[in-house]
Design a binder for this molecule. Structure first.
Ligand code: 9MR
Length: 450
C-alpha cells in the first residue's frame, strides 16, 4: 500500500522535477570544464555510482553535482535493499538518490533487478513457479515505482560464469528456471516501463573472450527473436590482473553492430599517476569511437569510498582532489585540459598536477581578503592555472602573487613569479573582494598544472 502512495506522489511531483532539471541543465551549460558538460559535448553522459549515505557530506555532494550528469545507486536499488521481505518494498534510500539526481538534472541508471548476489534470504528456497512469480513481482514493484524516471535499467546482472566456458552462472534463477529466466525478465521489464532502456550488465566481458562471446550470442539471439533488449553494460573493473583489453573498442563495436546501445557501467581502474590516467584515456577514447556507446559511469566519486579503496581506482582522491586520471578523462572528452592546455597528461610535463584550496584570511563588513593555496602533486610543476568563481554581486579590487584574467564573474589566475613548484610544494595568491551585499564564499574550480 505504501508503495502505491509513493508511486502516485512521484508522478505528481514530476512537473516540479522537470522545472528543477531545466534550471540545473542551464547552470551546467555554463561550465565547460566538467566531466558531465564535456561528455554532453560528445553526445554522451558521464555518470557515477552514488551511495545515499554520503549525500549529506558537502564535498561529496558538491563534487557529484559539479561533475556528473548521471547517477547509479551503488546498492540502494538491489533486491535486498528494496524487497527485504516478500511483497514489502522499501524505497527510502533509493528515493533519496533519485530525488537528488532529479534536482540536479541528472539521469538515473537503475541497478539492478535480477542478480544472484545481494538477494534476501527468502528468495533462494522458493520453488520454480513461486520463484518465477517473485521475480516478476520484484521487477514490477521496482520499475512501477520509478516508472518514467529511469534512463536505463540493468535488468539482469552477471548471469554468466567466469572462466573459459561461457556457461551460465549457477543461481536460484538459472538453476530453477533455466536459460529462459533472462528472456522472461526482459519481457516483464519492457511491459513495466516501456520508456526505460533495458540492459544486460556484466564484468570480464570487456574484451573478446569466452564470456563476452556467450553474452554476444545471447544478445544476437534476443535481437533475432524480438526479445526486448536495448543495451549491454560493460562494467569495466580494471587492475593489473585484469587490464584494459587491447580489443576493448572492437568488442564494444561488435555488440553495437547487433543493434544495441553499449554503456560503460562501473568503470574503475586501480593505480595512480600517469599510468592510471593513460588507461582511463583508452577507455574514454574507445567509447567515443563507437557511436552507440552512449555513456560512461565510474563506480564511485572518491577513492575513499570505492569498493576497492586500497587500489585508488577513481578520478578524485580521498580529499576530492582531481587526480591525473581526471584531467585525462576531461581531456579525452574534449573538455578544457585538452591537448595543449596546462595539465593535459598527454603533453610534455605528463603527470603534472596541482590542487587549489581557498581560505578567507580577513573579513570586514564591506569586504574580505581571500587566499588560494596552490599545491603541486606528485611531480614538480612549472606553471599552474586556477579558477575562482565569485558570487555575482562581489568584485575584486586587488590581487597579489598571481595574474588574473576575467570572464564574467570567473577569475582565471596564473602565476606572476611563482609558477615553479617542487613536488608537493605550495604557493598562494591573495585578493581583496568587495561584498556588495553578498557574504558568500567564492568557488575554487579546477587547478591545472604543466
Ligand atoms: O560497490 C558495491 C559494493 O558496495 C557492495 O558491497 C557490493 C556487494 O556485492 O557490490 C558492489 O557493486 C557491484 C555491482 O553491484 C555489480 N558489479 C560489481 C560491483 C563491485 O563489486
Amino acid at each position: 500500500m505504501s508503495m502505491i502512495v509513493r508511486r502516485l506522489s512521484r508522478a505528481a511531483t514530476a512537473g516540479l522535477v522537470a522545472a528543477a532539471a531545466l534550471t540545473a541543465a542551464a547552470h551546467s551549460a555554463e561550465a565547460a570544464d566538467t566531466l558531465g558538460s564535456a561528455a554532453a559535448g560528445q553526445g554522451r553522459y558521464f555518470g557515477t555510482a552514488v551511495a545515499a549515505s554520503h549525500l549529506g557530506e558537502s564535498d561529496y555532494a558538491a563534487t557529484l553535482d559539479r561533475e556528473f550528469s548521471s547517477v547509479t545507486p551503488e546498492n540502494e536499488m538491489k533486491w535486498d535493499a528494496t524487497e527485504p521481505s516478500r511483497g514489502s518494498f522499501t524505497f527510502t534510500s533509493a528515493d533519496r538518490i533519485v530525488d537528488h539526481a532529479q534536482s540536479q538534472g541528472m539521469d538515473v541508471r537503475g541497478h539492478t533487478l535480477v542478480w544472484h548476489s545481494q538477494l534476501p534470504s527468502w528468495v533462494s528456497p522458493l520453488g520454480a513457479q513461486d520463484l518465477r512469480t517473485a521475480m516478476n513481482a520484484h521487477i514490477n514493484g521496482l520499475m512501477g515505482h520509478y516508472k518514467g524516471e529511469i534512463h536505463s535499467w540493468d535488468v539482469v546482472n552477471e548471469a554468466f560464469q567466469d572462466g573459459g566456458s561461457g556457461a551460465r552462472r549457477s543461481s536460484p534463477f538459472q538453476d530453477k528456471l533455466g536459460d529462459g529466466f533472462i528472456e522472461e525478465a526482459f519481457r516483464t521489464a519492457r511491459a513495466a516501463d516501456p520508456a526505460a532502456k533495458l540492459c544486460y550488465n556484466d564484468y570480464n566481458t570487456d574484451g573478446v573472450n569466452a564470456k563476452s562471446n556467450a553474452v554476444y550470442d545471447m544478445v544476437k539471439d534476443f535481437k533475432s527473436r524480438g526479445v526486448p533488449i536495448d543495451c549491454v553494460g560493460f562494467q569495466s573493473h580494471f587492475n593489473s590482473n585484469s587490464p584494459v583489453p587491447s580489443d576493448y573498442r572492437h568488442n564494444l563495436q561488435r555488440f553495437a553492430d547487433l543493434g544495441v546501445d553499449v554503456q560503460i557501467t562501473e568503470l574503475d581502474i586501480e593505480g595512480s599517476g600517469s599510468a592510471q590516467a593513460a588507461d582511463y584515456t583508452k577507455v574514454v577514447e574507445a567509447c567515443l569511437a563507437v557511436s552507440r556507446c552512449t555513456g560512461m559511469t565510474v563506480w564511485g566519486v572518491t577513492d575513499k569510498y570505492s569498493w576497492r579503496s586500497g587500489g585508488t581506482p577513481l578520478l578524485f582522491d580521498g580529499d576530492y582532489n582531481e587526480k591525473p586520471a581526471y584531467g585525462a578523462v576531461l581531456s579525452a572528452l574534449g573538455g578544457s585540459g585538452g591537448p595543449g592546455d596546462p595539465g593535459d597528461p598527454g603533453d610534455p610535463g605528463d603527470g603534472a598536477s596541482c590542487t587549489a584550496m581557498y581560505t578567507r584570511t580577513a573579513d570586514w563588513s564591506s569586504g574580505y581578503n581571500g587566499q588560494v593555496t596552490i599545491t603541486a602533486g606528485a611531480e614538480p610543476i612549472s606553471s599552474w592555472t586556477a579558477t575562482v568563481t565569485l558570487p555575482a554581486q562581489q568584485s575584486v579590487s586587488s590581487l597579489w602573487n598571481g595574474t588574473p584574467t576575467w570572464s564574467g564573474n570567473v577569475m582565471t589566475v596564473r602565476p606572476s613569479w611563482n609558477g615553479t613548484l617542487a613536488a608537493g610544494a605550495s604557493t598562494s595568491f591573495g585578493f581583496t573582494a568587495a561584498k556588495n551585499g553578498s557574504d558568500a564564499a567564492p568557488t575554487v574550480g579546477t587547478c591545472t598544472a604543466s
